[in-house]
Design a protein around this ligand. Structure first.
Ligand code: UDP
Length: 251
């Protein structure tokens, strides 16, 4: 498969820029090319700075998309790239729609969220996209024995697309550790997407997202996030330091 993307370094973390992410993923699917998709934002970049295991997992991922406003602004303002933001939840939705329309019968699995949330999200997606084959769901809170059963299920079911919504960095580390179970699958860390699809939470209005302010809405909805969001000013500060001491394009 042709590469068809450019990789840029955002504080040492690669970000892949291409015109058609869903098309690329569908090609991976057709070719049975196992893929780990990371949806990068400023907060995750800062976590990766402190956590070398997470940094390595992101560096090894086949696709790292610019999910967050901070990452997009870095690419636009400091590296002069015409980059559009690609929120992970929207990439996931487009992929599901394509799968439904193409009637590929590719099996999809949802893992993560509070008990019942992934199942509710799956019901919602089925209603929206009747052709979709969601072969299983599992909550993200469980004991060790239940996790063993989940791993056995994945191994036996061999879903082609696996969404993991455990939050960052748990989901990225979990995928890196377990992707060998379904080596031909597309694995995507989807954060709180199941909460949105299940109706447990709502997404920011489009105008906020279009103005790179989705993070503000999350802060309003979940004020306990303020501590985590200190990563944003830290990212801006470090971005300038990094940019003027080491430059960005990888390939
Ligand atoms: N979660 C989970 N298991 C855990 C911890 C978290 O399934 O042990 C889920 C949680 O219910 C939520 C998601 O992970 O649905 C994290 O969502 P968030 O929006 O916080 O993700 P992030 O901002 O880290 O991408």
């Amino acid at each position: 498969m042709s590469k068809r993307y450019q990789a840029f370094s955002v504080l040492g973390i690669p970000v892949h820029v291409m015109a058609n992410y869903p098309g690329w993923l569908l090609e991976c699917l057709q070719q049975g090319r196992g893929t780990h998709v990371v949806t990068l934002n400023a907060e995750m970049t800062m976590q990766a700075e402190r956590n070398s295991v997470l940094a390595k997992v992101i560096q090894d991922a086949e696709l790292v998309i610019p999910d967050g406003a901070g990452v997009v602004l870095y690419l636009r303002l400091l590296l002069w790239q015409k980059v559009q933001r690609c929120p992970g939840i929207e990439l996931a939705e487009t992929l599901l729609r394509e799968l439904g329309q193409q009637h590929t019968s590719a099996k999809v699995f949802f893992y993560g969220g509070a008990p019942g949330v992934a199942a509710k999200a799956a019901e919602f997606c089925h209603r929206q996209i009747p052709g979709l084959n969601i072969a299983g769901t599992h909550s993200g809170y469980h004991c060790k024995e239940e996790e063993e059963r989940l791993l056995a299920t994945l191994s036996q079911l061999q879903p082609q697309v696996i969404f993991v919504g455990l939050g960052v960095p748990r989901q990225e580390l979990w995928i890196a550790q377990h992707r060998y179970l379904c080596p031909h699958a597309i694995w995507i860390g989807v954060g709180g997407s199941f909460d949105i699809w299940s109706g447990t939470k709502t997404r920011a209005p489009a105008w906020l997202g279009n103005n790179n302010l989705e993070w503000l809405y999350r802060l309003y909805q979940e004020p306990w996030r303020w501590r985590r969001m200190l990563a944003l000013p830290e990212f801006v500060f470090k971005a300038f330091i990094y940019h003027f001491t080491a430059r960005g394009a990888i390939s």
